[in-house]
Design a protein. Structure first.
Length: 293
């Protein structure tokens, strides 16, 4: 498959790496091509550093990646166009229309995290072949990808994207309705809203709230999701607890300034490296488990 990547920041560059490793020819367009090339090289280096790809695999994949000065040049022969531009509908529509002007009709997969897939599809004049593919950061280390069908997305478009992602080793999750925030960000911001409320009202410190999330809920949910946990814990118990707790939860319509609750002390680069190392270990374990089946 010929894949065009429009917008090669950290997300777009790593997505391009994955398609190239999957055997696809990738052409990348970005405003700063040199910067995009460096981010692609960094993505491949990340995989090698964590033993997720061999040097030979990376060399072969890198040979399948090229760059294009204009979006139309990148998309001109593409079967799949992956867009990963900033969260601005007008910007996405403008660049995608330019890319599609000389393209034969590729499937358009937008990596938006919050914008309506239906609105993007309508804005570029291709609603039937526009689908959302919301990758989680960092894409090379997070297997889950939300696949969002817009109001007029053709079923065959969704199927093609799902099957392609599976072939890359990803875990596509179908989002059946084009709701704001899809699934990942609705859950994420619901939790962030409550975390912020707890800190702002002095119930617990920011560090302790993070500890509860990381060492409590996240540790358990890694193995058993919350809806399965209801069955394990007893539905009646959950119903009784919910009647007491849910009315007291935050109903804020806006988040406070998150600078007031975010933990910004220490080295963010060290935390990112520790996060990436742990994610890579889990990904290697997942691959090993699948290979042994």
């Amino acid at each position: 498959m010929r894949v065009a990547i429009i917008g090669a920041g950290l997300m777009g560059a790593q997505i391009g790496c994955e398609y190239a490793l999957g055997g696809h020819d990738v052409r990348i367009h970005a405003r700063n091509l040199r910067g995009a090339q460096q981010r692609v090289a960094d993505g491949f280096a990340l995989l090698e550093a964590h033993a997720l790809s061999t040097a030979g695999e990376v060399r072969a994949a890198a040979e399948r990646v090229s760059t294009a000065a204009a979006p139309g040049e990148a998309a001109s022969e593409a079967d799949l166009l992956v867009e990963s531009l900033p969260e601005d509908l007008e910007l996405k529509a403008t660049v995608l229309r330019a890319a599609l002007a000389d393209a034969p009709e590729p499937v358009v997969a937008t990596n938006t995290s919050s914008l309506s897939i239906s609105a993007i599809g309508e804005a570029i004049g291709a609603p039937e072949r526009t689908v959302g593919t919301h990758y989680l950061n960092p894409p090379l280390l997070m297997p889950t990808v939300e696949v969002i069908a817009g109001g007029h997305t053709a079923p065959e478009t969704v199927s093609l994207v799902q099957e392609t992602l599976v072939s890359l080793g990803k875990l596509p999750v179908l989002v059946r309705q084009d709701v704001p925030g899809f699934v990942w960000n609705r859950l994420q911001f619901a939790l962030v809203r409550e975390c912020a409320w707890l800190v702002e009202h002095g119930v617990a410190s920011a560090a302790d709230v993070d500890t509860v999330m990381r060492e409590g809920l996240a540790r358990r949910w890694r193995r058993v999701g919350p809806l399965r946990a209801i069955a394990l814990g007893g539905i009646d118990t959950w119903n009784r607890s919910g009647r007491s707790i849910v009315p007291a939860l935050s109903t804020a319509r806006e988040l406070p300034d998150l600078a007031n609750v975010a933990i910004i002390d220490g080295s963010l680069s060290e935390d990112a490296a520790a996060r990436d190392g742990a994610l890579a270990r889990e990904l290697r374990e997942d691959r090993s488990t699948k290979a042994s089946r």
